[in-house]
Design a protein around this ligand. Structure first.
Ligand SMILES: [Zn+2]
Length: 270
C-alpha cells in the first residue's frame, strides 16, 4: 500500500514537472500567438531552438546553471519555480484529496490535475500581463462542468448538490460582477468575474465560495500591505487578484471542509 502511494507520488512529481514545463512554454507561445501544440521551444533571447536534452524540466535548468547554452543569458527563475510549484500542487492534491481516490474519483482527480495546470497558467498570465484570457478560462469552465456532471451523476441527493453548485457560482461570480459594475472595471477586471464563476464551480458549495473570497482577500492583504508600507507599491498600483483567488481555491479544494468544520467547532464550543 505504502509502496503504491510512493509510486503514485513519484509519477505525480514527474507529471507535475512536465505540466509546469508545459505551462511555461504554453503561456509564452499563447501570448505571442504562436502555435503552442507543434511549435518548437526556443531561447527567448537568441531564439536558438532547444534540443530535447535542454527541455527536461528542472534538470536542464540545473544542468545549464540557469543560463542559455548558446547566448549565456540568464534563464528566468520563473521556469524552474513554475515546474516545482505545479509538482507540489499535484503531490499535495494527492495527499490531501478529501475523499478516497477510487472508482469515479480517479477520473475526477485526473480532471482536477488538468484544471491545476490551467490555473497555474492563469496565475502566470495574470502576474505577467494582468490578463485572464477568455479561451483559457472558458476551457477550464468546460472541464469544471464535466467534473460537476460526473459528481452529480454519482451523488445521492442530486437536488441539494445542484443547488450548492448554483449558489457557489452565484456567490463567487456574482460578488465580483457587482464589484466590477460598481467600480466600472477599475478595481477588478471582467476576467476576475469569469474566474470567480469557474472557482465557484470547483469549490462547489456556497460556504466554500464565501471562504474562497475571504481567504483570497486575506492573502491579498498579507501580500500587498507590506509592499505598500515599504513604498515598493503605491496605493494606486494595480495588482492582479487572480493569483490570490486561485491559490485560495487550491487550499479550499483540499482543506475547505476541514477549515469549515474547525470554524463551526469553534463557534459551538467557544
Ligand atoms: Zn539563448
Amino acid at each position: 500500500m505504502i509502496l503504491l502511494m510512493l509510486m503514485v507520488i513519484i509519477v505525480l512529481v514527474i507529471l507535475g514537472l512536465v505540466g509546469g514545463s508545459f505551462v511555461n512554454a504554453f503561456v509564452w507561445r499563447f501570448h505571442e500567438n504562436k502555435n503552442w501544440v507543434s511549435g518548437r521551444s526556443e531561447c527567448i533571447y537568441c531564439h536558438h531552438q532547444l534540443s530535447s536534452i535542454e527541455l527536461i524540466p528542472l534538470l536542464s535548468y540545473i544542468g545549464l546553471g540557469g543560463k542559455c547554452h548558446y547566448c549565456h543569458k540568464h534563464i528566468s527563475l520563473q521556469y524552474p519555480l513554475v515546474e516545482l510549484f505545479t509538482a507540489l500542487v499535484f503531490i499535495v492534491s494527492y495527499i490531501y484529496w478529501p475523499v478516497p481516490i477510487k472508482g469515479v474519483q480517479v477520473l475526477i482527480f485526473i480532471l482536477w490535475l488538468v484544471v491545476v495546470i490551467g490555473l497555474v497558467a492563469l496565475i502566470i498570465y495574470d502576474i505577467k500581463w494582468m490578463l485572464l484570457p477568455n479561451s483559457i478560462v472558458f476551457s477550464l469552465i468546460a472541464v469544471g462542468l464535466l467534473m460537476a456532471i460526473i459528481n452529480l451523476l454519482n451523488a445521492q441527493n442530486k437536488g441539494t448538490m445542484t443547488l450548492n453548485y448554483i449558489e457557489a457560482c452565484a456567490i463567487s461570480g456574482g460578488i465580483f460582477y457587482v464589484i466590477y459594475v460598481l467600480s466600472k472595471g477599475k478595481w477588478i477586471g471582467g476576467g476576475d468575474v469569469k474566474l470567480g464563476l469557474l472557482l465557484g464551480l470547483l469549490v462547489a458549495t456556497p460556504e466554500k465560495a464565501f471562504l474562497l473570497l475571504f481567504l483570497a482577500s486575506l492573502i491579498g492583504s498579507i501580500v500587498s500591505v507590506p509592499l505598500m508600507l515599504s513604498g515598493k507599491m503605491k496605493r494606486k498600483t494595480l495588482i492582479p487578484f487572480g493569483p490570490f483567488l486561485i491559490i485560495s481555491c487550491f487550499v479550499i479544494e483540499l482543506a475547505g471542509s476541514n477549515i469549515l468544520h474547525w470554524y463551526m467547532h469553534m463557534l459551538i464550543y467557544r
